[in-house]
Design a protein around this ligand. Sequence first.
Ligand code: CU
Length: 641
Amino acid sequence: MDQLVESDKTKSIEHPLNPLTEEEIYSASRIVKNYFAESREKIFFETIQLEEPEKSFVLNFKKGMQIPRAARVNIFKEGKIGVHVIKVSISEERVISEEKYSDAQPMIQLEEFLDIENAVKTDPRFIKGCKRRGIVDLDLVCVDAWSAGFVASEDEKGRHISHIFAWVRNSPTDHQYAHPIEGLNATVDIKTLEVIEVIDVGDIPIPKTPGNYISEFEKNPRDNLKQININQPSGVSFEFKDGKLLWDKWSLVVGFNSREGLTLHNVCYDNRSICYRASIAEMVVPYGSPNKTHARKNVFDIGEYGIGKLANSLELGCDCLGSIYYMDCWIADTSGNPMKIKNGICIHEEDHGLLWKHYDFRLDSTEVRRGRRLVISSISTVGNYDYASYWYLYLDGEIEFEMKATGVINTVGCIPHSGDKYGTEVAPGVVGQIHQHIFCARLDMAVDGEKNSLYQCDTEQEASSELNPFGNAFYVQEKALKVEGGFKRNPEKQRYWKFVSETRKNKMGKNTSYKLEPTGSIASFHDPNGPSGSRMKFIFNSLWVTEFDREERYPAGEFVNGSKSDDGLPSFVKKKRSIKNEDLVAWHVFGLHHLPRLEDYPVQPVVKTGFKLMPVGFFDRNPSIDLAAQKNKASCSVKDS
Ligand code: CU
């Protein structure tokens, strides 16, 4: 398949939603540098991402049309507070607009992590705290730069703050998270790298027992499993054509940006539109310990760091098994230079077990079809945790998102065997605190057209004894939701939501629709008005629905780092716009509830959450009924050996 080996360098833009190329990032940053050249102030680039064209252009786009390309460039200035959002026409080599957000803080940049660590490790107060705990070799100390939330203190007012936690290795390759330096924290001004305060409290000993996971420490590796190979001898069933990814009846555009990472666009089945744009637009990890320094831990890994920028280069045969197509991802570093994440996105097909089957015992005949799915994935590492994002497309029209969380729990020290009400002592003197990983998917739905309506569907037990003489009656009650807002989950009523086309009907005369199955919805335990709760108000509903506005992009607001309150979804829905037969955006909140287990240490096996979008009367029958019967001839029968 020739398209699949084409190098990124030579690839021209074929679709208006294809992500920015290396050359385009370079052009955008050059235009912005020229724009600021006279001011002689040093500028840093927070993000350079595709400024998506108007929907009307994208939806009417035909191959061969000129594609106007634009970028949204966020910059910040040396020593100055605020973020400038510069919209740039790459095609016309000019700045379209500039907006300055004086109080906004940029995301914490990858390049700043090490600067912050160095600043702390050379601070005499921090060194004193280390020495007091018997640490002689500062090279073995690791300092993680956490976002600091919002604290109304004079020290931190008007500054960009990182709040740090520290660990120490026993040896240069030893796993530091097994050895938290409890009670030693610092706040750092990210702009000036001034260490504002070093907090050194308590006498919790540093746990010395190693908790290693890298192979060099495993003396007796378990190596009894034989190989599983995935072969596709006739090639893969997907291809790229005109900038779109095509597989079976599916077509879509795969995008990527430094904040949200992977994005899907124009997702269609059999040329029928389902979703205009899908991404995981925010993620926050609230911790549950009331301890003063730990109570600040409420990190927005997407809004404050950007999981795109932190995406891994994936490895064949390790991260990805089988016949893999990799996409390289291009983002910008803080100097505005293009930065490549080689093999940032993995695309492949997976066998997915049984799709459908029936055995007719009278005819003694069986019909069976195996399912498979197209997987589009990427993995990002944010400090101690690793997040693997998987979008699955199925043969029967289902779309699924799965987030696999793995990596290392955030570790905290305690007096060995003392336990912790707000966590689990996973090793002597090492606590993993209770926390949640809460995600918000932004789903710009377009079920059979841009305009949809929304229904909330609850299952009710029949209350009328006259209608329910045997006590068995239950039914689904649909309620039309007319005004944008936030909606709660209700597992007791098997609640789901349906996005309905008002223009297309199925063969039974009902409007076609897709339902959102909230399989990973989650309860919240934070005070919505507390310092953390007020910054993440989006988590207090399972679904928000808004009318589309291209500037309403992120659930907790455009600028999250150091924010005082959530100016995302709660403020969007205040407009009380109609959501009846309108261009709707669904924002689905889901997540993981995590009291660490001993089994999550020293590295955590994958835990999963996600959601499903399933056709409900979108098709007139099982859309996978026409699959040809096939028998996999490479399968063989084995005897006990
Ligand atoms: Cu966790």
